[in-house]
Design a protein around this ligand. Sequence first.
Ligand SMILES: Cc1cc2nc3c(=O)[nH]c(=O)nc-3n(C[C@H](O)[C@H](O)[C@H](O)COP(=O)(O)OP(=O)(O)OC[C@H]3O[C@@H](n4cnc5c(N)ncnc54)[C@H](O)[C@@H]3O)c2cc1C
Length: 493
Amino acid sequence: MTTCKTGADHIKSLKDGRTVYIDGKLVEDVTEHPAFRNAVRSAAALYDFQARPENVELMTFSPNGSHRRINRAWQMPRSYQELVQRRKALQAWAALSCGFIGRSPDHVASTLVGQRIGLDVFEKHGPERAKALAAYFEEASSEDRFLTYVIINPQAERAKAWGDQAEELVARIVDEDADGITIRGAKLLGTSSIMANEVLIANLQPLRSGEEDLAFSCALPMNIKGLRVLSRKSYEAAATSVFDNPLSSRFDENDALIYFEDVKVPWERVFVHRDTDMCRAQFHDTPAHAYQNYQAQIRLSVKLKFLVGLAHRITEAIGTTDIPSVREQLGFLAAHAGTVGSMLAGMEAEGTMRGQWYVPNRHYMYSAQVMTQDMYPRIVNALRELAGGSLIMLPSSVHDFSDPHLAKIIRTTQRSTKMTPEEKVKFMKAAWDAIGSEFGSRHTQYEMFYAGARFVTTGHSYRTFDWSGATAMIDGLLSTYDLEDALGGRRQR
Ligand SMILES: Cc1cc2nc3c(=O)[nH]c(=O)nc-3n(C[C@H](O)[C@H](O)[C@H](O)COP(=O)(O)OP(=O)(O)OC[C@H]3O[C@@H](n4cnc5c(N)ncnc54)[C@H](O)[C@@H]3O)c2cc1C
């Protein structure tokens, strides 16, 4: 019988003795803790969704004829058609959280797919490291593991090079022997790390020669000795109820600082070793960066559709939908969602073959990244503008409805032509959770930064654009006339 990973399998796999701290305390079991348990269930729901008989074909595939099916995020597409088929699975997963789980398992699986496609780059770095990566890909994919990654260094003295930061800040190699390397220091921002099985550790920010201690990448199980997870505040724990905070109570994937206290990494888990350029090449000379950020745009396209839907519903709730200037604003917002959808279609249609594998168009992906990190806060702002005070003038919590006198006042004051007072309160609380709550605000920060600050994403766009094609047109134009023609008064060619 064909099987695939289920939610129960995932929850069981997280009871592994990992070291997670929140509010000054060690968490005994992330699957039961009030700061994390609903997010863990939402992650588990992704696997239950793929395991449903009606979804198995959409969501999973059998690698090399195996009896165990795994999520399509691990699929290395051989054609445009397979890329689109894979995208539909990723889209279906994103829809389960309305796009609010940014680091669902398909994100880092996409990184690894890109690195596996670009194995030749690791082979140039060293046959042992390439062997380690290929074996790890087999192992992680065949078990459909949930991976997160930490590939960014902590901000301290941003004007200084990474190698010049205080000792024990940025994770670095502090020792190595016949068994492997030992790492010490921090990486961030381990989104979803509380509910992932493993973490990929790498360095994406540029390194200089001389910074070889920082130049490594590896994958570790979350429960490895010495790996400490320092969670940020839990929005899930702060949520009053699902009715009050339908998103933060269930989709708070969490972000955390990951600290490595002399963690020993065996050689078979080390993919980059003391090579500063290889830190860059593993993402940019392979299609890893293209694949991971293509996944991010797939997810974002779902979220933007959701936000644009919220905008329309807000106007229905307060009775402004038919005002011409409001319609214009809605049409403008809809164009944003349409733009992201079409950029995705462009990445797919204008992809290229790399050996036997099909890779989405990198420049279109970077264009989407630059545009969407700017677009997201503007969309959030547009929703605020459309809503006015209705997002705020809400009962303090669901408990106000349990007092008959207060419930009567709420029913009198929360009026709408399209919704009952209960429906209006329920909806407006969901809208506020999405864009205005602490959870919603974190999402704005996420969309602005997850792929790098603007100077980084615009740099990628700059490097991947067809400048010679663009400037050739200028040269073509300039070649049609010259100074001599102008001075001689002759007619232009
Ligand atoms: C919610 C959230 C979740 C995240 N999850 C993850 C995760 O799971 N894994 C992971 O690895 N990372 C994660 N990140 C980290 C993310 O990748 C970084 O925030 C991003 O790369 C920007 O790096 P930084 O935060 O160090 O900001 P910086 O690069 O320091 O940029 C901050 C600001 O400083 C200025 N600045 C800094 N340096 C320069 C410069 N050289 N030139 C010009 N301006 C400069 C710019 O104004 C910039 O906008 C997450 C971030 C957020 C906000």
